[in-house]
Design a protein around this ligand. Structure first.
Ligand code: G3D
Ligand code: MG
Length: 189
């Protein structure tokens, strides 16, 4: 792959309980254009992806945890310099579904310790496993509002439903945020 000169480089960290679909979501979104790598020393994998917005090339790196076991002690290196985070839970009607939803805010508190108030979006994944009509979104809406997240998206890494829209939302948010900061600093518009 040729090195493309990017105007913006963003690290986006993808967190959430094990098996909710973090790696699958990243793989689905970056399919075809990604460079996948594994950093053994911090137990993380990342994919690099280029996206052009308004003629500017943005280089995104999506990071997720490879194994959950040793994660606690590796967190500082894993979270370092994240510009945004995606917190994933699964809609499955089982323990993983319940627990991963319950742990959403714990994941947020965790990254906050290292990165402060960065933009957060929530992905409610594996929608293909549930009956969409019976979904009750009131609880997640309440959390999103209360904690001032950018929003939540219903996704399926399996069918691809909602995946592109969800990732695009956070990429665009970062682009416009940093473009504004950039032009303020350089005195241009
Ligand atoms: P993680 O990175 O959060 O730990 P993975 O999760 O991406 O490894 O996914 C865990 C399992 O869930 C995998 O099952 C994966 O295929 C499945 N999965 C991920 N996203 C979806 C989804 O949207 N729908 C469905 N039905 N399954 C999903 P396997 O059996 O492949 O290990
Ligand atoms: Mg994984």
């Amino acid at each position: 792959m040729n090195e493309i000169r990017a105007k913006y480089i963003f690290k986006i960290t993808v967190i959430g309980d094990g098996f909710v679909g973090k790696t699958s979501l990243i793989r689905k979104f970056t399919q075809g254009t990604f460079k996948n790598d594994y950093i053994k020393t911090i137990g993380a994998q990342f994919s690099v992806f280029n996206e052009e917005i308004d003629g500017d090339i943005c280089k995104l790196s999506f990071w997720d945890i490879a194994g959950q076991d040793e994660f606690h002690f590796l967190r500082p290196a894993f979270y370092k310099d994240s510009k945004a985070a995606i917190i994933v839970y699964t809609l499955e009607e089982n323990d993983l579904g319940k627990e991963s939803f319950k742990h959403l805010t714990n994941w947020h508190e965790d990254i906050k310790k290292f990165c402060g108030d960065i933009p957060i979006v929530v992905f409610a994944n594996k929608v293909d496993l549930v009956d969409k009509k019976s979904l009750d979104n009131t609880k997640i809406q309440k959390i999103v509002r209360k904690r001032n997240y950018l929003g939540y998206f219903i996704t399926s890494a399996k069918t691809g439903e909602g995946v592109s829209e969800a990732f695009q939302a956070i990429i665009r948010e970062l682009y416009y945020k940093y473009k504004a900061i950039f032009s303020e600093l350089s005195g241009t518009n």
